[in-house]
Design a protein around this ligand. Structure first.
Ligand code: ADP
Ligand code: MG
Length: 231
C-alpha cells in the first residue's frame, strides 16, 4: 500500500495527473504478474538489461506526455540485443520530434511475450460519479476502441463475478481455446481482474486506469502496459 501511495504521489502537474509504465511497480504491490524488465535512462544500461532478458526484447518510450506509445512509433517489438542501443536513441528522437518539450523518463526494456500463443485482453477502471469505481474487462490490444468488446462491474469484484466477466464478452470463446488453439489460463485472468478491482477500490484517487494489454497465455497472464489518471 505504502509503495502504491508513493508511486501515485509522483505525478506532476504538467502531465495532467497521468502515469504510464513508469508506475508499473503498482502491479508488483498487488501481485499482478508483469514481464521481466526495467526502465533505464541510457543506451548502455538498456543493452545491459536486454542481455539479462534474452535474445530479443520489447522497448518502449517512457514519458508521462506520451501515453499512446505506438501512435508515435514509441514501441519496438523483437529488438535483437545488438540493436538495443540504437533503438534507444531512435525511440528518444521520435518522442522529441513528436513533442519537443515532452518529459522523457527513459525507455522501458521488457521481455517479449509470445502473442501467437496469447490473447490481448484489457482490464481497466473508471470512477462513475453515481456508482463509484467500476472495473472493466474485455478484448485488448491497440484496436480496443474499435472492437468495443468490454463488460463492467462495480469494484471490487469477487471470484464468481470476475469469472462472469470473462464469460460476458463476445471474445469469450477465444479465451477458452477456439480453432485448435489452447485455452488461456483463465484462473490467472480472473485473479488479475480481481486484483485490479481491489486496487482501484483501495485507491479512490485512481479515477481512471487501463492495463492494455493484459496478455493471457496458456501459462498465465502478464500486464505489459499501464496508464492511469489520479485525481
Ligand atoms: P501503447 O498501448 O502505449 O501503444 P503497449 O505497451 O500497449 O503501448 O504496446 C503496444 C502493443 O505492442 C501491445 O498491444 C502489444 O501488441 C505489443 N507489445 C507491447 N509489449 C509487448 C511485450 N512485452 N511482448 C509482446 N508484445 C508486446
Ligand atoms: Mg497499450
Amino acid at each position: 500500500r505504502e509503495r502504491v501511495r508513493e508511486i501515485l504521489s509522483s505525478v506532476t502537474e504538467r502531465s495532467d495527473n497521468r502515469l504510464g509504465v513508469e508506475a508499473m511497480g503498482i502491479f508488483d504491490a498487488y501481485g499482478i504478474p508483469t514481464p521481466e524488465g526495467a526502465v533505464v535512462d541510457d543506451p548502455a544500461e538498456a543493452e545491459r538489461v536486454a542481455e539479462g532478458i534474452g535474445e530479443e526484447v520489447v522497448m518502449k518510450i517512457v514519458s508521462p506526455d506520451i501515453l499512446h506509445k505506438s501512435d508515435i512509433g514509441g514501441v519496438k517489438v523483437g529488438v535483437p540485443v545488438a540493436e538495443v542501443a540504437d533503438a534507444y536513441e531512435d525511440l528518444v528522437s521520435r518522442a522529441r520530434n513528436y513533442q519537443p518539450d515532452a518529459t522523457i523518463l527513459g525507455v522501458q526494456v521488457q521481455e517479449m511475450i509470445d502473442l501467437d500463443e496469447g490473447v490481448e485482453t484489457i482490464v481497466g477502471s473508471h470512477t462513475d460519479p453515481q456508482f463509484g469505481p467500476l472495473v472493466m474487462f474485455g478484448l485488448g490490444g491497440v484496436f480496443v476502441e474499435i472492437m468495443e468488446d468490454t463488460t463492467f462491474r462495480l469494484a471490487p469484484v469477487g471470484h464468481d463475478e470476475a469469472v462472469e466477466m470473462t464469460e460476458d464478452i463476445d471474445a469469450a470463446p477465444l479465451l477458452r481455446g477456439a480453432r485448435g488453439r489452447e485455452a488461456v489460463d483463465l484462473d490467472a485472468v480472473v485473479d488479475a481482474v480481481r486484483r485490479v478491482s481491489q486496487l482501484v477500490a483501495d485507491f479512490p484517487s485512481i479515477v481512471e486506469l487501463d492495463v492494455n494489454p493484459l496478455v493471457a497465455t496458456p501459462d498465465g497472464v502478464r500486464a505489459v502496459d499501464l496508464r492511469l489518471t489520479v485525481d
